[in-house]
Design a binder for this molecule. Structure first.
Ligand code: PEP
Length: 249
């Protein structure tokens, strides 16, 4: 059975003091859940967070990584550096990385490959922009992001992949895909994976929805059969909201 996951992407928010305070509040309020709970703080606070959560139920992820082992890549972080601080999960392909930092499908495919070669788990993000949806191209866009980013992987790599469908028009905008739109796309993603690989990979991969998930809409979105959890931005920055979203799953 595929696992349920609620992951909080803190983006470029929370300094060290604020990170510690949020972790403490979150740990204190964490409900009993079968879902895996993950937080992804900024790089500078990652080691401290991983230490703090060493014996916690809450897992830690990085928001990005470089594909190279090491070398002259100013400002970048390698898989080895993440593993060395006990972080074995990494978000790759977030729409903000694609839009503001020019990360292409090719580059993302290299990052995914590097993460998997280092036995890391990847939360791979993808999703269409508003114009693409309005033009009716959203299925095509998603299919090509999946194909270019992931479909060169061998079948056994998929056990280390989590997918996060995040329509760009719903990220940080307050506008959410309707539960029906999320379900329709998640079902399409499974069909696309079935065609490229097989049903068992398509059935086993967790597909998270991301885009303005909040306590008031989490229940309905998570109730859809192909939605296995959420990647949460803004609402993950407040312990009460994040906890309410975890409770919704
Ligand atoms: C995200 O950035 O992954 C995200 C889903 O953000 P928000 O929840 O704020 O829309």
């Amino acid at each position: 059975m595929r696992s349920k996951i609620v992951a909080g992407n803190w983006k470029m928010n929370k300094n060290l003091n604020e990170t510690k305070a949020l972790l403490e509040e979150l740990s204190g309020k964490l409900p009993k859940t079968e879902a895996e709970v993950i937080v992804a703080p900024t790089f500078v606070n990652l080691a401290d967070t991983a230490r703090t959560l060493e014996s916690s139920e809450i897992k830690v992820a990085a928001q990005n990584m470089h594909f190279a082992k090491s070398g002259a890549y100013t400002g970048e972080i390698s898989a080895d550096m993440l593993l060395n601080i006990n972080v074995d999960t990494v978000i790759i392909g977030h729409s903000e990385r694609r839009a503001y930092f020019g990360e292409t499908d090719d580059l993302l495919a290299k990052k995914v490959k590097a993460a998997l070669e280092n036995n890391m788990r990847v939360i791979f993000c993808f999703g269409e922009e508003l114009e693409e949806r309005k033009a009716g191209n959203h299925f095509k866009v998603v299919e090509s992001q999946l194909k270019n980013g992931l479909f060169d992987l061998p079948a056994d790599a998929w056990q280390h992949i989590v997918l996060a469908y995040e329509p760009v028009w719903a990220i940080g905008t307050g506008e959410t895909a309707s539960p029906e739109q999320a379900q329709e796309m998640h079902a399409f993603i499974r069909k696309t994976i079935t065609e490229a690989y097989n049903t068992s990979i398509a059935d086993e991969v967790s597909i998270l929805y991301g885009g303005s998930v909040k306590p008031s809409n989490a229940n309905e979105i998570f109730s859809k059969p192909d939605v296995d959890g959420g990647l949460i931005g803004g609402a993950a920055l407040k312990a009460d909201d994040f906890v309410a979203i975890i409770e919704a799953i």
